[in-house]
Design a protein around this ligand. Structure first.
Ligand SMILES: [Zn+2]
Ligand SMILES: [Zn+2]
Ligand SMILES: [Zn+2]
Length: 476
């Protein structure tokens, strides 16, 4: 029996690095402190407490491990990140109570007029000043958690990290003395239905629609998506009021483009409108907006599922939603799936009318849409024998979705573990970033195996016969 336990323990990656038995004294001390109503400690406090254990005290890296593991178990909140790593919330419900200081319903607003008006203002504009936040936190029931300004500053940084407070793009670096935040979840005003979407913009507007597969989108995810959007593009303002609504926002994007984003049941809808016409809309701008939104949605889904203990791989996230592009038609919007729109110049919609896909393809970076000249026979022998540079690698990588790329990568002779590690290390870079890193990794791994990487290697791994001209796009 004990043998089995040892074998099991040795299989754990933590074997030999962490000795949880050694954690017991510090765990007991922390639970004592919780009972004595300590909620938020500095890391120095914890270090001092730890040192009381003398020969059982953890060294610095063991203490760091301890905090990280306890965090992942939900026993405390600790982020080893700049601005966040000096404090530890040893009693996590404290954070929920602190949140109630400004994320709350009208009936729980404080009695004091000045505090009440801060919260009333917040529900109308979605804005709150840091000084006002601190005023709310000076009330007795919050003061006990945050007795000094250093702790309050830490909580502000934590709430920014958790996307509850959003630093709006517009107001960045304008007035550092009194910072302003947006709190999307506190906006009560519903979106004006007549402008989400705007219909009378026929040839000036295109749509995107993300539909989540399972049920409706949880509120927490909605606010994270809206928050992410707000930190990328400036909010449009009308009569001094930011165009931020309950689960909706209007943003200004470069070159006279207006972006409307709103959440409706299980769908996230996006409308981009150019002030002049679709001809004036930049393909690159539209496609990069789509990539940015997609990446943000995927990382929000990933964050949401990981904070509920279900770790999903980035490659699986894309299966949890579908993406369509659309154009206005009469008083409706006609959508077509993003995969279909790539292969067709026109399509007949449900109402029986034919639409061009020309502007809809603006949403997608399509590096392989230009056709070769007649009689093109692909790369010459010399070209095939040449060494691919980084541009070639990134360009070829961009012609794959991540699932197809995994097959291709193994045909290049790379093992799945290498790819999984890259996927993990570079998950914040989005799928194209991961693919690019993997391609470059392939090239650098070749000399180690005494091989010279060539365009021919890349070509042969493509396999099928109809890929001759795929390499032409890489060469450009
Ligand atoms: Zn139609
Ligand atoms: Zn029609
Ligand atoms: Zn060709």
């Amino acid at each position: 029996m004990t043998d089995q336990i040892v074998i099991f323990a040795m299989k754990q990656s933590t074997w030999g690095q962490r000795r949880p038995m050694q954690w017991v004294p510090l765990e007991l001390q922390l639970s004592n402190m919780r009972m004595r109503k300590h909620n938020i400690l500095t890391k120095d406090d914890i270090s001092k407490v730890n040192k009381l254990n003398e020969d059982l005290a953890l060294n610095e890296s063991q203490l760091e491990d301890f905090l990280n593991v306890q965090h992942s178990l939900g026993k405390l909140i600790y982020y080893p990140l700049p601005l966040l790593d000096n404090f530890v919330i040893i009693y996590p419900p404290a954070l929920v109570n602190i949140l109630r200081s400004f994320v709350t319903c009208t009936q729980f607003f404080p009695e004091k007029e000045n505090l009440k008006s801060i919260l009333h203002n917040l529900t109308v504009t979605g804005k709150i000043y840091k000084t006002d936040l601190f005023k709310l936190w000076n009330q007795d029931q919050f003061q006990q958690y945050m007795p000094n300004d250093a702790t309050k500053e830490f909580i502000v940084q934590l709430l920014i990290h958790l996307d509850i407070l959003i630093i709006p793009k517009t107001f960045k670096h304008t007035d550092c003395s009194n910072e302003l935040y947006l709190v999307p979840c506190m906006i009560k005003e519903s979106r004006p239905v007549n402008v989400f979407p705007v219909y009378n913009q026929g040839d000036k507007t295109i749509f995107l629609r993300y539909s989540l597969i399972s049920g409706s989108i949880p509120s927490a995810l909605t606010y994270k998506v809206i928050g992410a959007v707000l930190s990328v593009w400036p909010l449009k303002e009308e009569n001094d009021r930011p165009c931020l609504y309950h689960k909706a926002a209007v943003l200004n994007v470069v070159e006279d483009n207006e972006l409307r984003v709103w959440v409706d049941n299980n769908q996230i809808l996006v409308q981009m409108t150019n002030a002049q016409s679709l001809q004036d809309m930049s393909k690159d701008v539209a496609a990069s907006i789509q990539e940015c939104l997609t990446w943000n949605l995927e990382s929000c889904i990933e964050f949401y599922s990981s904070s509920f203990g279900r770790k999903i791989k980035l490659t699986d996230v894309s299966k949890l939603y579908s993406l369509e592009v659309g154009i206005p038609h009469h008083t409706d919007v006609c959508f077509i799936s993003v995969t279909k729109v790539k292969d067709t110049d026109t399509w007949v919609c449900k109402q029986g009318c034919e639409h061009s896909t020309r502007y809809l393809r603006y949403w997608i970076f399509n590096r392989s849409q230009d056709k070769c000249e007649a009689g093109c026979t692909g790369l010459s022998k010399d070209e095939l024998e040449s060494e691919p540079n980084e541009k070639h690698l990134v360009r070829l990588g961009s012609t794959f979705g991540i699932e197809k790329f995994k097959d291709y990568y193994s045909k290049l002779g790379m093992d799945a573990t290498t790819f999984e590690n890259i996927e993990y290390d570079f998950k914040t870079h989005g799928s194209q970033g991961i693919i690019s890193v993997a391609m470059i990794k392939w090239k650098t791994s070749q000399p180690l195996a005494n091989k010279t990487p060539t365009m021919n290697d890349l070509f042969n791994a493509l396999g099928d016969s109809d890929t001759t001209h795929r390499m032409c796009k890489v060469r450009i």
